[in-house]
Design a protein around this ligand. Structure first.
Ligand code: G6Q
Length: 527
């Protein structure tokens, strides 16, 4: 593979950047009345307006050349064909198979995985329908009223974000909580609200070895057994995992386990059995609508030409700012309270996938890769960090996201919200002259706007898949493996070594001075 910085399009973009970096978007709009039409894409009701970016038609042409020269199409086809593109773990990357609504086969080592995918979906459907109909009862014959998902990282962030986003599709008599942090305060606060007789615990862990999840599951299990006795575990615990052996060893009946497979990455797993908490909250047909929305985006990504391919366009704009404008951050700003966990979810999806500095061939990269992603729902963010986006010294490309229709049309709240959604990108782009320098806004600050009819399961599915594929395309261009997470694995090991040192007074001299000093002081405070 030719190194990224030696591709002809890279060089051309560098030269082009020199020529266009001082153009002001205000002028680009003034001289081209068709700019919005030229730089926007529509997929049914989902609109991406990318006209408020520091690009010309030539820029987009060169960025598309970069995508072609980087082999984006070939790599995309490899992903869909089940090739082991997660090279450091020698695994295929097939979250797209989990939401495949067609009859197409997805092959892993020559074997179609779709029958197994459908089998688990059917198992989930029957469990969800029974529980929601009050047919799956707790050990004392009471219906389940509270679901507690115990998981962390990919086994938490996706289901939590979606359950929050689709709250209007939930039921008041069936509530959900998510325990992730190993800090005992997290589970303590949640158990306080639960009654053992009506609570179902979902232990969500791909590996079933994650320390945080096992500690929380163990605490939940003791709490339940203390109240209802050992046999109650079978009615109050289910597991979502690839590791049947450890699930059984933990004491969960394998009949209550929902499987998935090592070709599903943790941060791409909400479409798998890991989505059980979502399906319980919103019902199985709405869960299927979520899958169908993602499938629509998959089909678009798989078949649309690069120039009209939404994830590809968003990815290329990100590359333009990261690599040619040295933008180190990216803001995701949903004007939707229900999407309040969307930035946190994307933080993992993006930063765990593209926070890499070694190429697929093992060479250190000599260019920037994934940005620091952050965000908050509008309008709250406006009263917090937007100041820096408007007048700070850093370039912060933003994605503004909103639905035209609210799930709760209260008074004129939605119009007020959307007035801000339109005003902020306009102000960021236009800027404002003033007598006093501190009141002046330079403008020329780029953003995308995503606008759709309403935040329903289908649209959420489309949105998540849009970002998943954007991240994929960027990883291909940066020539990194977006699907491993050795930094996370390191964390899983490190704490294990220190744990015994907190419990007894063994020697600390193998640590650096700071760590040894901190542990010694901790021991002192605990005495
Ligand atoms: C995701 C990561 C990571 C993982 C958690 C939980 O892509 O691999 O966030 O999801 O570490 O792992 P388990 O599901 O195995 O408990």
């Amino acid at each position: 593979m030719r190194p990224l910085t030696q591709l002809p399009a890279w060089d051309a973009l560098k030269r082009h950047h020199g020529a266009v970096c001082n153009l002001h978007m205000r002028d680009l709009f003034a001289t081209d009345r068709q700019r919005f039409q030229k730089f926007s894409l529509k997929l049914d009701d989902l609109l991406l307006d990318y006209s408020k970016n520091r690009v010309t038609e030539e820029t987009m042409g060169l960025l598309l050349d970069l995508a072609r020269q980087s082999g984006v199409e070939e790599r995309r086809d490899q992903m869909f064909s089940g090739a082991p593109i997660n090279s450091t773990e020698a695994r295929p990357v097939l979250h797209v198979a989990l939401r495949n609504r067609s009859q197409r086969a997805f092959l892993v080592q020559g074997q179609d995985v779709m029958p197994e995918v459908r089998r688990v979906l059917a198992q989930m459907r029957s469990f969800v329908e029974d529980l929601r109909a009050g047919k799956w009862l707790g050990a004392t014959g009471m219906p389940i009223r509270h679901i507690v998902n115990i998981g962390i990282g990919g086994s938490d962030l996706g289901p939590l974000m979606v359950t929050e986003a689709l709250k209007p599709y939930g039921r008041d008599d069936l509530t959900s909580s998510f325990v992730s942090n190993v800090d005992g305060s997290h589970i303590h606060q949640i158990l306080k609200k639960c009654s053992p007789e009506t609570t179902l615990f979902i232990v969500a862990s791909k590996t079933f070895t994650t320390l945080e999840t096992l500690a929380n599951a163990g605490t939940a299990r003791s709490w339940l057994v203390q109240a209802l006795g050992e046999p109650a575990v079978a009615r109050h615990f289910v597991a979502l995992s690839t590791n049947a052996q450890s699930v059984t060893a933990f004491g969960i009946d394998p009949a209550n386990m929902f499987a998935f497979w090592d070709w599903v990455g943790g941060r791409y797993s909400l479409w798998s059995a890991i989505g059980l908490s979502i399906a319980l909250a919103i019902g199985f047909s709405e869960f299927e609508a979520l899958l169908a929305g993602a499938f629509e985006m998959d089909e678009h990504f798989r078949t649309a030409p690069l120039a009209t391919n939404m994830p590809v366009i968003m990815a290329l704009l990100g590359v333009w700012y990261s690599n040619f404008f040295d933008a180190a951050v990216h803001a995701v700003l949903p004007y939707d309270q229900y999407l309040h966990r969307f930035p946190a979810y994307l933080q993992q999806a993006d930063m765990e996938s593209n926070g890499k500095s070694v190429t697929l061939e093992g060479r250190p990269v000599d260019y920037a890769t994934g940005p620091v992603l952050f965000g908050e729902p509008g309008t709250n963010g406006q009263h917090a960090f937007y100041q820096l986006i408007h007048q700070g010294t850093r370039l912060v490309p933003c994605d503004f996201i909103a639905a035209a229709n609210s799930a709760n049309p209260v008074g004129c709240h939605h119009e007020l919200l959307l007035a801000n959604f339109f005003a902020q990108p306009e102000a960021l782009m236009m800027g404002k002259a003033a007598d006093q320098p501190y009141k002046a806004f330079l403008g020329n600050r780029p953003s995308n706007s995503l606008l759709y009819a309403r935040l329903d399961p289908r649209t959420l599915g489309r949105l998540i898949a849009l970002y998943e594929h954007k991240i994929f395309v960027q990883g291909v261009i940066w020539q990194i493996n977006s699907f491993d997470q050795w930094g996370v694995e390191l964390g899983k090991q490190l704490a294990k070594t220190i744990l015994p040192e907190l419990i007894d007074d063994r020697a600390l001299d193998h640590h650096d001075g700071s760590t040894a000093g901190l542990i010694a002081y901790f021991r002192h405070l605990r005495r």
